[in-house]
Design a protein around this ligand. Structure first.
Ligand code: MN
Length: 406
């Protein structure tokens, strides 16, 4: 049976005069929202989002239901901002986690819009489960900024996605299967902008219960300046209902090739599975990535065209058996471009001087087909004009020189 123990703390911080964060922690649904917008807008946006999320999730307690609940919450905030001129332009982040049943076991479904975060604290390691939808995080992902530069960037508060600014919203979703002893952390940026992840890890390692952990994290953020509202939810996994055992070998087969060692326990297999799912957040196919791929393809196609042009640029005169032959391309080919037969000349090796045979075997390059033809006719001419040419010294009965091509 899944048993959780949760604590939630929200704090105005030491600089702001109002708290625009909103938080929810029930026995199976946890959420943090960080509102923005003048006057009361921010508070109303975050509260509306979480209340709407909770209500909608009640009607469909599945992963899909949770994502749908975020879209309902988005509409609720958006409609409210349209209805009241004072609330125009308000918006909010929303990060939520919910226990959902799946094939006889439980899964933890996660949804995220904006820059509030979810972390899994597992075996002493803090794993970020969500990707921020902020300008600086996208610059970090595209390599324009380092993580250290992003942490102090003046525009780190600018969001690229938020709830309530448009009737449609793109929701990040994922699932993990925690195990007993894990901790889930949800927080607003007021925590992570003040407290380094190493310090967060320290608090989660040292504290015995979620209440202490949440309070100590908030106190630490205040001690470091508390320049923003700070919201923290800590959920301890006391016990977690596992999926039916049939799932474990499946996961093992997918993740690990047969190994000579002892088969991993079902617990190991699930741990691997869990990690694979965290990674789903990371490789994001952004417009920038698409543009890069397109440019790369364009460069490759251009390079292939140049190579093809170079490979097919010239002709050469070579041998096809004992026949003097004009080829299109380069002797021996170039990369994957094989020479193509352009025309047989009607001459054989016995029609040319023996001293030319080696050149023909190697292939004699000419810049054009007419140049190649001229070279061939010169070959025939020089053989005929020399008294000791193979044509005139060929003993009677040998093949007569082939007549020039009609
Ligand atoms: Mn904030």
């Amino acid at each position: 049976m899944t048993t959780l123990r949760a604590a939630a703390v929200t704090d105005v911080g030491r600089v702001r005069t109002n708290n625009q964060d909103w938080v929810l922690a029930t026995d199976s649904l946890f959420a943090v929202a960080d509102g923005m917008g003048g006057h009361a807008g921010g508070e109303i946006a975050s509260r509306t989002a979480i209340e709407s999320l909770q209500q909608a999730f009640e009607t469909d307690r599945t992963s899909g239901g949770l994502a749908e609940a975020v879209r309902r919450a988005n509409l609720a905030v958006w409609e409210r901002s349209r209805a009241d001129a004072d609330l125009r332009g308000m918006g909010t982040t929303l990060t939520a986690a919910a226990v959902v049943s799946n094939q006889g076991g439980d899964r933890l479904a996660l949804v995220n819009v904006g820059d509030s975060r979810a972390y899994l604290f597992q075996s002493g390691e803090l794993i970020q489960l969500t990707a921020d939808h902020s300008l600086v995080e996208e610059m970090v992902r595209s390599g324009e900024l380092t993580a250290d530069e992003a942490a102090v960037h003046p525009h780190r508060h600018i969001l690229t996605r938020a709830l309530g600014v448009d009737p449609d919203v793109d929701v990040d979703t994922s699932e993990v299967t925690p195990k007993a002893g894990d901790r889930l952390l949800l927080c607003s940026d007021g925590l992570v902008n003040e407290v380094a992840e190493s310090e967060i890890t320290g608090v989660l390692t040292r504290t015995e219960n979620p209440d202490d952990a949440a309070h100590q994290l908030v106190q630490l953020a205040r001690a470091h300046g508390g320049s923003d509202n700070i919201t923290v939810v800590v959920v301890d996994v006391v016990d977690w209902e596992r999926a039916v055992p049939a799932r474990a070998p499946e996961a093992r087969a997918a993740e690990a090739p047969p190994s000579p060692g002892p088969a991993p326990s079902p617990g190991d297999a699930r741990a691997v599975q869990g990690e694979a799912e965290h990674r789903r957040f990371t490789p994001r196919f952004t417009f920038r990535v698409a543009l890069f791929v397109l440019l790369l393809i364009a460069v490759l196609v251009g390079a292939a065209a140049v190579v093809g042009w170079f490979a097919n640029r010239s002709y050469y005169v070579g041998l096809d058996g004992n026949q003097v032959t004009i080829y299109h391309g380069r002797p021996g080919g170039f990369l994957w471009f094989k020479p193509r037969l352009a025309e047989h000349t009607g001459l054989t090796t016995s029609d040319v001087l023996p001293s030319r045979i080696d050149d023909l075997r190697q292939g004699t390059q000419e810049p054009s087909l007419s140049a190649a033809r001229a070279y061939v006719s010169n070959l025939a001419q020089e053989a005929r004009s020399l008294p000791d040419s193979p044509v005139t010294t060929t003993p009677a009965g040998a093949a007569q020189p082939a007549a020039p091509a009609p």
